[in-house]
Write a protein that binds this ligand. Sequence first.
Ligand code: 9MR
Length: 555
Amino acid sequence: GDAAAAGQIRINQLGFLPGSRKLAVVESDRSREFEVVREGDGQVVLHGETGAPASWEPAARDAAIADLGALEAPGRYRIRIEGMPPSDPFPVDAQAYAGLADAALKAFYFNRSGSALDPAHAGAYAHTGGHPDTEVEIHASAASPGRPAGTLISAPRGWYDAGDYNKYIVNSGITTWTLLAAYEHFPAFFRGRDLGIPESGDAVPDILDEAWWNLEWMLAMQDPGDGGVYHKLTNLRFDGEVMPEQATERRYVVQKTTAAALDFAAVMATASRVYAGYEAQFPGVAARMRAAAEAAWRWAQAHPDVAYRQPDDVHTGAYGDAKLDDEFAWAAAELYLLTGESGYWQAFERHAAVPTVPSWSDVGTLGWISLAQHPHRLPDATARERVAAAVGGLAARLTGRWQASPWRVAMQPPDFVWGSNAMALNQAMVLLQGYRLAPRREYLDAAQSQLDYVLGRNPLGVSFVTGHGLRTPQHIHHRPSQADGIAAPVPGWLSGGPNPRQQDAGDCPGVAYPSSLPALSWLDHGCSYASNEIAINWNAPLVYVAAALQQLTPL
Ligand code: 9MR
């Protein structure tokens, strides 16, 4: 439709905080004069001229930047340019991203496995629940002397990974860490929130109650016999488009892997540190997590290169990763912070590489970020400087890309991977670390731009979060949203976003992607698991970035 046509003014549909850097993209091949008009009284509050246009490679479109500079007064506005349709209305609001952070976190509640969602907390999305996972079979690939194939174990709770109903340790790793980091970095923001989950109102911040739902499941994925960790808990095949209560296929735990053990160790060490502050509410939990992390680490030392190999009879997600230095570095960093033992620091030094933007398969930077968060626990001043320089260096490089981009976003063609919207937000998360270490305004502005991109300042003109924005995904690949008989998808979920590899094309007969250009290759259709699925590891940086910008942006 019109919204996707060229020649539009693109802007963050949730608007801005009064102190945010406020940029819009004007799709035009020449500089344009613009005005900002207040909704209601129609008063022009700002005149300006865009910068010079240039072509943005991921969309092959000309973009000129409109800088709304001094616009700070709360209100609702539009940008007008002669000969172009006016921009979407956008607010300037002191709480612009608080509700977004809440909704993105509430989405995890909606994906709880093994739980009824009651109307008091889930509203129209209530359902009776499925997947108790109290009788899960040890798959042949996971057999051990103490637990031969066919043994039944109990591993309830956890979050469904994504649009499917399976639970994967590797992806749970980065996801759970990102939520714990959000809390650790911005406790004041999260202490005050009421998400409307069953635990709301207890003495624990809702974000930690929600993370605990998954941590309990993760703990059950460790073999008490040897400390190894099963890679995933899954059906043999993906379920059809049914509600959880209708998905009753037998479930298995599959193969212990080094990546699962190390991601588990990293998360449990982090969680032990964080939940130690809530010993009264979680008695013994911090100590139990520490022991679990240490046992998983020992298993990984003894089995340093067990990659995931999908058994012939298993057809669900693989999360396979053969490059494990980053997992070793991450786990070593978190265990060092928890225990202070020099062996972990030495292991970190052996395995750590220059930081990169994190993803489920590239987690070393999570360790760097935790180290930067706890400088006083580092061995010496040299280590402190090295950690700050490594994290700050990546933020500076991304800021350079943002500055040089005609669209003013750090995303470049290779960043349009499966889950590209999460790539944009993980870039933002790194930029925010740069700002937290050295509060240079451009780091914050660059992070703001990444959120702007995801919330509508993109060439599709879509705010990629269900229920949050003016044009949002309607047909996400998410079994409950597809099967619940409710037109609107479950709210608060980030669509994976444009992905020019279009791996799902064969499963979308008769539905065509609008384009194969990186930033335009997105399909709002339930068939499109490669561009329009949702996933816990994609929502976690949305929680982080929304909360961080809400908390860090000066008034
Ligand atoms: O996010 C994952 C992406 O990086 C991979 O390229 C893709 C194919 O292996 O899998 C994605 O993860 C999916 C997982 O395997 C199963 N649950 C849904 C996940 C999101 O699509």
